[in-house]
Design a protein around this ligand. Structure first.
Ligand SMILES: *Cc1c(COP(=O)(O)O)cnc(C)c1O
Length: 347
């Protein structure tokens, strides 16, 4: 079934719900079909090893670990940095704190110290400093600061990450990056992935978002932390066998789908321009491939129902909706969706 046929089956013709909805392309499926595989828990899968080495080299880190999801990758990182009763600092809206079902607390006995975001998505440096606990038996031990970039589709500046890294170093803390969409951030900022991730001890990158692979994330970082993560991955049930079939999709994605991320960003800008032509719609121009739209909730409710009935897939609540461009959104998809939006406001 082609991607178009599959979307027709789901009655979504214009699918902006997420960059996770992409269908593996024929070329990617061919690479998966031809992958050389072995039992990766025995360390025998050459394709998984190639993916892990490739990612470690790209980021200029010691080692990497192929894992089933970004959620598991972040959890493994926190469990490598922290022991039972230790603490991590993260944003109040950070995916690993807010959207991962409290896994670090449930499975790692790790306490979160969330911090409110500034309007630009960053954490205030003074707030981070103030949240670091002194070495005193009253307090949990602060072990790691976790940043996220892109955050809500925004590419946060390099200077911000460098300043947080300086705080982490000064306090002897680890530094983790949830870089689910790190390549989108690099594309928007015009920096290389090694420079972008240089300050971090661990970095989690999703292959299954804008890069278009069906499954998988990679945790990259310092040897001792990745070794610990490999043990924990097995404990959590994330040890996979002939997973080279999946890693082959990841390698294909690295070869073919990084350079084209700028197309997703360009289409998101075009979509944002088209949407913002309607006075009821409020939005900030996107840095990358994600647009957040604010509107009156009553209008939003009718708007979302109208779009759904006409095959335009978006997510969100009535007052705020999210539109995401990706590999399977072309110029015609953007224009087609904008026609439906125009039809709503003309009615
Ligand atoms: C999607 C996402 C994750 C989790 O990835 P899954 O593979 O869905 O578990 C983590 N962090 C961020 C910022 C994400 O967008």
């Amino acid at each position: 079934m082609s991607p178009a046929e599959s979307r027709t089956m789901n009655a979504i013709r214009f699918d902006f719900r997420s960059d996770t909805v992409t269908q593996p392309s024929p070329g990617m499926r061919k690479a998966m079909g031809e992958a050389e595989v072995g039992d990766d828990v025995f360390g025998d899968d050459p394709t998984v090893k190639r993916l892990e080495q490739r990612m470690a080299t790209m980021l200029g880190k010691d080692a990497a670990l192929f894992v089933p999801s970004g959620t598991q990758s972040n959890l493994l990182a926190l469990m490598s940095h922290c022991g039972r009763g230790d603490e991590y600092i993260a944003g109040q809206q950070a995916h690993l704190y807010h959207h991962e079902a409290g896994g670090a607390a449930v499975l790692g006995s790790i306490q979160p110290q969330p911090i409110a975001h500034q309007p630009d998505g960053t954490l205030a440096l003074a707030d981070i400093e103030a949240a670091i606990k002194p070495d005193d038996s009253h307090y949990a031990r602060t072990r790691v600061i976790a940043l996220e970039n892109t955050f809500g589709g925004r590419a946060l500046p390099m200077a911000y990450m460098t300043s947080v890294a300086e705080i982490a170093r000064r306090h002897g803390l680890g530094l983790h990056l949830d870089g689910a969409r790190a390549f989108n951030a690099c594309t928007a900022l015009g920096v290389g992935i090694a420079e972008f991730t240089a300050a971090f001890d661990t970095v989690s990158i999703c292959l299954s978002k804008g890069l278009g692979a069906p499954v998988g994330s990679v945790l990259v970082g310092r040897q001792d932390l990745i070794d610990a993560a490999r043990r924990t991955r097995k404990m959590l049930g994330g040890g996979m066998r002939q997973s080279g079939i999946l890693a082959a999709a990841g390698l294909y994605a690295l070869d073919h789908n990084i350079a084209r991320l700028g197309d997703d960003h360009r289409r998101a800008k075009r979509l944002a321009e088209g949407l913002s032509a309607h006075p009821a719609i409020r939005l900030a121009m996107p840095d990358t491939n994600i647009i957040f739209v604010d509107m009156d909730p009553e209008v939003g409710q009718r708007f979302m129902a109208f779009l759904k009935a006409r095959g335009v897939g978006i997510t969100g609540t009535y007052g705020q909706q999210r539109w995401v461009t990706h590999l399977d959104v072309d110029d015609a998809t953007v224009e087609g969706a904008l026609e439906q939006v125009a039809a709503f406001f003309a009615a």
